[in-house]
Design a protein around this ligand. Sequence first.
Ligand code: SF4
Ligand code: SF4
Length: 334
Amino acid sequence: MRELAIISGKGGTGKTSLAASFAVLAPRPVVADCDVDAADLHLVLAPVVRERHDFVGGRKAMIRESDCTGCGVCLSVCRFGAVARLSRDGGHPDSAGAPLDCRLCDYGKRACSVRTDSLIKEMEASAGYSERDRFQSDPAACEGCGVCVRFCPAGAIDFPEVRCGEWMVSETRCGPMVHARLGIAAENSGKLVSLVRREARRIAKAEGRDWIIVDGPPGIGCPVIASVTGADMILAVTEPTVSGEHDLERVLSLARHFQLPSAVCVNKWDLDPAGADRIEARARSSGARIAGRVRYDPSVSRAQLRERAVVETDAPSAGEMRRVWDFIEQEMKP
Ligand code: SF4
Ligand code: SF4
């Protein structure tokens, strides 16, 4: 079983078009759509879902109003602006700029030998707090770091696991496909990518499949790292533009860091032939192989609209995509 991860430094390079064509060309593949933030391989492969699972991948702070003393510590310590102070008298919510000096921990009230309540109330008022204020966390802004939970002196913040999305096992005309959908503003896409790959490997092993074709996310962040680690080879798809060239450098340095064999395909090369030459020269000097070039081809969009991979049509670029696959197959021969 061989695992190919197709990635790109930036979106819109044609990575998914190549992934769909490879899924069609590869003998007995399992397809893993690891672009969980913006999955679109299903638009071409038209999967029929046979299993659907929740993805529980993070926690969110939830303030229990009944136990909250209104001390404001959570507002002070949250670095993501996810806690708001809401004034009960109709004042504006305030999610930033809380005073960091006084946290109303009550220590003074408990420890002060004189216990001058009026003085303490005066200090509290000068710190900007009022007994009428209440505090609320915003689940969309909460990063689940848990700092407020740790520092809340009243233990008034729950920290439950939350559903961040779902993952599916489907049937396609090429074979099984594992894919996922991350919820809006949900975190932990790297964890979800790892889950999708793990499941794809399990199916490949159980069914004796020959290939795993991974359609990775763009960029070089956590979900990309989760998509490529342990793969047998990465194919970096780029285009001859300034950003394409720059982002390819970053992708190849990631591949070098993880000591992954890499190959490069320049898509839409004819938009700037000199740029394509330059990209290939730089890729070679970075230790990557050149898998081939694919021309700019408006038929690619038409194939997608018909839910077909490019190699399933008579698009002019279909032959070039086949040649890129032949190269990959040759390079990854066991
Ligand atoms: S730290 Fe706890 S007690 Fe203080 S305002 Fe926040 S939730 Fe309420
Ligand atoms: S868990 Fe972290 S991000 Fe969420 S509200 Fe608490 S401090 Fe802010």
